[in-house]
Design a protein around this ligand. Structure first.
Ligand SMILES: Nc1ncnc2c1ncn2[C@@H]1O[C@H](COP(=O)(O)OP(=O)(O)OP(=O)(O)O)[C@@H](O)[C@H]1O
Ligand SMILES: CC(C)(CO)[C@@H](O)C(=O)[O-]
Ligand code: BAL
Length: 280
């Protein structure tokens, strides 16, 4: 039985740490898919008690983004959590999380928070870090699981945990993909008709970049951009290579392990993806 909690009932329900043992939190925005379920399985293997939060966080959406349209199939999500054997679902309301709209926020400072997603979604990571810090304080988990699909988010959360001394461990989970390579995402539900097929441009562009990496950064970029040019319904927002340690873009003569990241719009749907790339 999955017990549904809000931000107020979570405190007493999660108070008895001896009874709960090791607690893992899996933060989500709901509309659960196999990617989320894989994170939940990792949480179950790593802890005694699993809490999954479902909260579509208004603070991380820009004014022209899909906050209103974002799918909220709560009954279906709860049934999936029950099936997965999740102990608690934290499902707070916006009023409870932001009674006065926040006066206190966590700022995703530093260049790594302003580039890529931070450039295309100004303020996005301030919203993410603020809500994640709140969720950590409400649940007080020993472990929190995040997906590598949102690689920049993961890197900034790891940094926040380190720099603000949150007493917990972040467990990353690799990207879960459809059979044809498309990274699973709640927003894939928006893709209709030809959009679904053309959305493969993201994973194929990253694959092409990785395959061309022996010839260096510029060759990889060209290979990826060439793939995008075969998909007329897709508009690339960025294709970048970052150093895995600093999350900052690599120079053209970079040698070693990097992460290729991309974001693109397929019609009105915005998707992201990433892949490890080694420049020899
Ligand atoms: N395909 C995936 N593989 C691994 N982790 C994933 C995948 N999709 C989502 N996650 C992770 O699940 C957590 C919750 O993400 P979220 O609820 O935003 O789902 P999403 O599918 O990424 O949705 P969206 O379409 O809004 O980006 C995040 O840590 C995210 O990285
Ligand atoms: C971490 C998160 C749940 C914060 O709202 C969200 O950004 C997400 O689903 O990746
Ligand atoms: N998966 C990251 C949440 C967002 O796109 O706002």
């Amino acid at each position: 039985m999955t017990e549904v909690l809000n931000a107020t009932t979570a405190r007493p329900a999660l108070a008895n740490r001896n009874a709960l043992g090791k607690v893992a939190l899996v933060p989500t925005m709901g509309a659960l898919h196999d990617g989320h379920l894989a994170l939940i399985e990792l949480a179950k293997r790593s802890a005694d008690t699993v809490v999954v939060s479902i909260f579509v966080n208004p603070l991380q959406f820009g004014p022209d983004e899909d906050y209103e349209r974002y799918p909220r199939p709560f009954d279906r999500d709860l049934a999936l959590l029950e099936q997965a054997g999740v102990d608690y679902c934290l499902h707070p309301s916006v009023e409870e999380m932001y009674p006065n709209w926040p006066a206190t926020t966590v700022i995703g400072a530093g260049e790594a928070g302003r580039i890529l997603e931070g450039e295309f979604r100004p303020g996005h990571f301030d919203g993410v870090l603020t809500v994640v810090a709140k969720l950590f304080n409400i649940v007080r988990p020993d472990i929190a699981v995040f997906g590598e699909k949102d690689a920049q988010q993961l890197a900034l959360i790891q940094r926040m945990v380190r720099e603000l001394h949150f007493p917990l461990e972040i467990l990353p989970h690799p990207i879960v993909r459809e059979a044809d390579g498309l990274a699973r995402s709640s927003r894939n539900a928006y893709l209709e008709g030809d959009d679904r097929n053309q959305a493969l441009a993201l994973s194929r562009a990253l694959r092409a970049a990785a395959d061309a990496a022996l010839d260096g950064v510029a060759a990889s970029r060209t290979a990826a951009v060439n793939v995008y040019e075969t998909a007329p319904l897709v508009t690339m927002d960025y294709l970048a290579f970052v150093d895995r340690a600093t999350f900052l873009p690599v120079a053209d003569d970079f040698r070693g392990d990097a992460l290729a990241l991309t974001a693109a719009r397929v019609g009105s749907t915005r998707l992201i993806d990433n892949l490890a790339v080694t420049f020899a």
